[in-house]
Design a protein around this ligand. Structure first.
Ligand code: SAM
Length: 320
């Protein structure tokens, strides 16, 4: 699939539900959550089959909300893994239920996992996630590493005043746990975008701070990869750290992504409010692929060359 700017689109992020058991401050708006939305399992299967077999999607990331809370997750992963056109199936999770699901997910064909963890301090974790318990996520990380869902990547959204004093501690912890750590710049979007702006810590600052403690050697980027990775070493630990600078160094020119929300809307650009409904192509049994092709064409051909910063949905509804 080639978009209107000649970018190949082969990565799909599918949000299975907009419900999450945590409510991270930069991801979920304050106040009561709207009623949970789960994508219909057979609709999700039909969408992924169509997108992979007919439209060239090769990498699938399951997300949410919290994808581990989706009731049909394991059979869904098994059905995706049976598609010869889909070599990579990954999942982004808060890890709180991963100790229970990592084994069944690996057996069903999940390739690897990204786990979100912004701090290794229990009190801060509870504050950032509005009530989460860090120990659940830590055992989830351990289990994923032990089962070889690797490389296990830990995502840390860096926020000034919340966790920016923990860059080095989290890096040491992640490397000794056998994980790749990715520092994410916070992306201001949704109703609280103006608040997130105030907490942004730039990639330049993150690198400068890390360089005081580690020797960083840039690893050449693979095509379309948004993260800049570094091989790091210090007296005590070594491994890989990466930075995703989606805000200060947007990678729109290399973006290969398409998103589908748990409401069945296709989103070509995370920074653009345009969403096109695909549920009109689903009659409860069959996907009208001809109609879906036309909607997808409209979405992909109008994927903006650069993010317009007009996204009204919070990340929890978009799928990260
Ligand atoms: N519940 C899962 C989790 O916690 O990983 C999956 C959904 S979450 C929306 C996916 C990813 O988006 C997480 O790594 C989260 O930290 C990241 N994220 C959420 N809001 C963000 C924001 N405003 N800026 C940058 N990353 C964000």
């Amino acid at each position: 699939m080639i978009d209107g700017c000649d970018r190949e689109i082969d990565h799909l992020r599918l949000s299975l539900t907009d419900y999450c058991n945590l409510a991270c401050r930069y991801c979920a708006p304050a106040g009561a959550a709207p009623p949970a939305q789960m994508i219909d399992r057979r609709f999700a299967e039909a969408l992924v089959r169509w997108l992979s077999v007919r439209q060239g999607i090769r990498h699938l990331r399951l997300t949410g909300g919290e994808p581990l809370l989706y009731p049909h997750l394991i059979p869904l992963v098994r059905s995706f893994a049976a598609l010869p056109t889909l070599p990579e199936i990954t999942l982004t999770t808060n890890g709180s239920a991963l100790a229970q699901y990592a084994g069944p997910l690996r057996d069903a064909g999940l390739t690897r996992v990204n786990i979100s963890l912004d701090t290794i301090d229990a009190e801060r974790f509870a504050f950032i996630t509005r009530g989460g318990k860090i120990e659940h996520t830590l055992v989830g990380v351990e289990k994923a590493v032990a089962l070889g869902l690797s490389p296990v990547k830990v995502n840390m959204v860096v926020q000034r005043g919340f966790n920016d004093d923990e860059l080095v501690n989290v890096a040491r912890w992640a490397l000794s746990a056998g994980c790749v750590l990715r520092f994410l710049e916070v992306m201001p979007l949704g109703p609280s975008a103006h608040v997130m702006d105030k907490h942004l810590v730039s990639a330049d600052e993150i690198i400068a701070r890390l360089s005081e403690h580690f020797e960083l050697r840039a690893i050449p980027q693979t095509l379309g990869q948004p993260a800049v990775d570094y091989a790091v070493s210090s007296d005590t630990v070594s491994g890989t750290l990466g930075i995703i600078a989606a805000t200060t160094r947007p990678f729109c020119d290399r973006c290969r992504r398409l998103r589908i929300t748990s409401k069945g809307a296709v989103v070509a650009c995370i920074h653009d409010d345009r969403r096109l409904d695909l549920t009109c192509c689903w009659d409860g049994e069959r996907l009208d692929e001809t109609r879906a092709d036309a909607i997808l064409f409209d979405s992909v051909m109008n994927k903006p060359a650069e993010g317009k910063r007009s996204q009204s949905l919070p990340m929890i509804a978009l799928g990260g």
